[in-house]
Ligand binder design. Structure first.
Ligand SMILES: [Fe+2]
Ligand SMILES: [Fe+2]
Length: 140
């Protein structure tokens, strides 16, 4: 099996939003996607995709709610837009899961590529936007 990516997916300080509790949750999400990558490299991607979707659905819900509660508590002006982003991400995850369950997608590189972009683009583009705000509020 060819390598789906030349590098393993891993946490990088560039993704930090400088709020330790949130960084910790983002690390958990990154590690779940990394588990899939490692399983694929060992030729057992098909075994872990279903449990991975279940774990991602559960943990993503927890994480998004945590973020939104924190943003709400501190009066973040862009909360509604951020909530919409989260809702869109959940819908995308469900769509991917349905395609996989329906046999339209195999447990290969496309799933991994999607999840990697799905998570890291949101952190890099949208979570980073509240980072300065929360730090100015003294959130650690
Ligand atoms: Fe996040
Ligand atoms: Fe977020």
């Amino acid at each position: 099996m060819s390598l789906p990516f030349s590098r393993l997916i891993q946490w990088d300080p560039v993704y930090s939003v400088h709020v330790p509790s949130i960084d910790g949750q983002h690390r958990v999400l990154v590690s779940k996607i990394r588990e899939l990558q490692e399983a694929m490299l060992e030729g057992r991607g098909g075994e872990v995709v279903r449990p991975l979707f279940a774990a991602l659905n559960k943990y993503t819900k927890y994480h998004f709610e945590y973020e939104e509660q924190l943003l709400k508590k501190h009066g973040y002006a862009e909360l509604e837009a951020h909530h919409q982003q989260h809702a869109s991400l959940i819908a995308q995850l469900h769509e991917l899961e349905s395609k996989y369950a329906g046999g339209q997608l195999s447990a290969g590189a496309p799933v991994l590529q999607f999840l990697r972009t799905w998570l890291l683009d949101h952190i890099g583009e949208h979570d980073k936007q509240y980072s300065t705000f929360l730090r100015a509020q003294g959130v650690l």
